[in-house]
Design a protein around this ligand. Structure first.
Ligand code: TRP
Ligand code: SF4
Length: 434
């Protein structure tokens, strides 16, 4: 059913439809949202619009099975509200019972942006780590610098043995001039994403990666690499499940056949490396079982990672938010008064004149103030609904509206920055040495 007034779908809805059609990202709002009992504000408000394979995570969440959430941040500058969204998404999944991982991508910042190790360390702690702690990340999660994490780095090497030069160059547009450490960062990022499935963390499990849609290429590559690391490809065919071995040892193949029989699949048929189970559609349980056998034989048994994608905020000055244009965005370390001033100067969906606005109403769908409130400054759905209606009808005028938003950002940043200062004391609880 379509609501007549949809205060959530208002902002730039159509920009993303091509991601569905061209890249195969699935519709989060239609497919997943109705199944979540206590959705995050970003979900309810359709800010999280797309996903890959989130069904796997949802299922684990509902059945109280283990799952994980992970994302990474490149320490190349100030953290802003876009980063805050990813952090909140990590924390929400941690609160739902997920094992939570945050990578500080210092190897990437060093190799790709030429940032010194000392500066990576400093920015990583000052901008990102203290921020996520201030927002409520709990110490049972894992925060790490890529350069410190040798489990991940070893995994990256393993993945690199499956990644081809031509495909990686094609995906990221590498040329002969690209330095090799930069290329390595592709499998480093894949290793970040797959690390939560290592034995050390309890083995294969659904993992969700909250990211901006610009990171989708990494997700696709990592999903491919995860498949390639498997010893068996488990697929649903018309009326049977096909299990195809890839240079799997005979002992491993017989273990799989035995396990399947033990689990009650008595129609198992084996043809050398290939196993069929006729008359079943239970591909996901069978895949879990096969992956478990792989792990017991010392393999990795990875599941392809899931992802969720959120909309980007537009810049306060119109157009894109850009870290090189200070007026276009607000940093999390911004002076609260300065941030309030930026909102007062932001582009709104107001009309040329007061008279015109009263007559025609404002355009919240084009308004960066409305967007800021929707994304960050209002928890109350009812309040947003009312603002949407009052703006549209011309009752609410931009001056008062901006002032209210400016007051809120000032309070928000003051509180947040106080928590952030307190987070410095808590760093040892997260294994971070200062
Ligand atoms: N490449 C990401 C960026 O440019 C950072 C990153 C590193 C990352 N490892 C990751 C993101 C793992 C998601 C998952 O910001
Ligand atoms: Fe934006 Fe508020 Fe003006 Fe409407 S009244 S256009 S929401 S600033």
């Amino acid at each position: 059913m379509e609501l007549k007034i949809d205060p959530w779908g208002a902002v730039h809805v159509d920009d993303y439809s091509k991601l569905f059609d061209e890249f195969g990202i699935s519709d989060f709002v239609k497919e997943i949202l109705p199944q979540i009992d206590n959705p995050h504000r970003y979900m309810k408000r359709k800010i999280i619009f797309g996903h890959r394979n989130y069904d796997s995570v949802l299922k684990a969440m509902k059945e109280e099975k283990s799952f994980a959430v992970m994302s990474g941040f490149m320490p190349s500058g100030r953290a802003h509200f876009g980063h805050l969204m990813v952090m909140n998404e990590i924390i929400w999944h941690q609160q739902q019972g997920g094992d939570a991982f945050m990578a500080i991508a210092d190897m990437e910042a060093h190799a790709v942006r030429g940032i010194s190790w000392a500066r990576c360390r400093d920015l990583g702690i000052r901008e990102y780590i203290t921020s996520i702690i201030a927002l409520g990340f709990k110490p049972n999660g894992h925060i790490y610098f890529q350069s410190d994490n040798f489990d991940m780095r070893n995994l990256s090497f393993e993945l690199a043995a499956e990644a081809r030069f031509s495909e990686v160059s094609a995906i990221y547009g590498f040329s002969g001039e690209t330095n090799i450490a930069h290329m390595e960062c592709t499998t480093i990022q894949s290793a970040d994403i797959l690390q939560p499935q290592l034995k050390k963390y309890g083995g294969p499990k659904p993992v969700v990666i909250p990211v901006g849609s610009d990171q989708d290429a990494h997700i696709r590559l990592t999903r491919d690499l995860a498949y390639r690391m498997r010893k068996f490809l488990v697929e649903q065919r018309d009326n049977y499940v096909s299990i195809r071995g890839k240079a799997a040892e005979p002992a491993l193949i017989s273990s799989v056949v035995e396990a399947l029989k033990g689990a009650g699949y008595d129609k198992v048929r084996q043809y050398e490396e290939h196993i069929d189970i006729p008359g079943t559609t239970d591909v996901s349980s069978i895949d879990d079982l096969v992956s478990g056998i792989e792990v017991s034989h010392g393999e990795l048994g990875f599941m392809p990672p899931a992802s969720i994608y959120h909309r980007f905020m537009t810049g306060l000055t119109g157009g894109k938010m850009s870290s090189s244009k200070p007026e276009s965005h607000i940093a999390l370390t911004e002076d609260p008064k300065e941030a309030a001033k930026k909102l007062m100067r932001a582009i709104t969906g107001g009309r040329q004149s007061l008279a015109e606005q009263k007559r025609l109403g404002g355009e919240p769908e084009k308004c960066s103030i409305y967007e800021f409130l929707l994304f960050h400054l209002s928890e109350e759905d009812k309040e947003m609904q009312e603002l949407f209606e009052e703006c549209k009808s011309g009752e609410m005028l931009c001056g008062a509206c901006k002032k209210a938003a400016a007051e809120r950002i000032e309070i928000f940043l003051k509180d947040f920055q106080k928590e952030k200062a307190a987070a410095v004391e808590k760093l040892p609880d997260f294994g971070i040495k200062v």
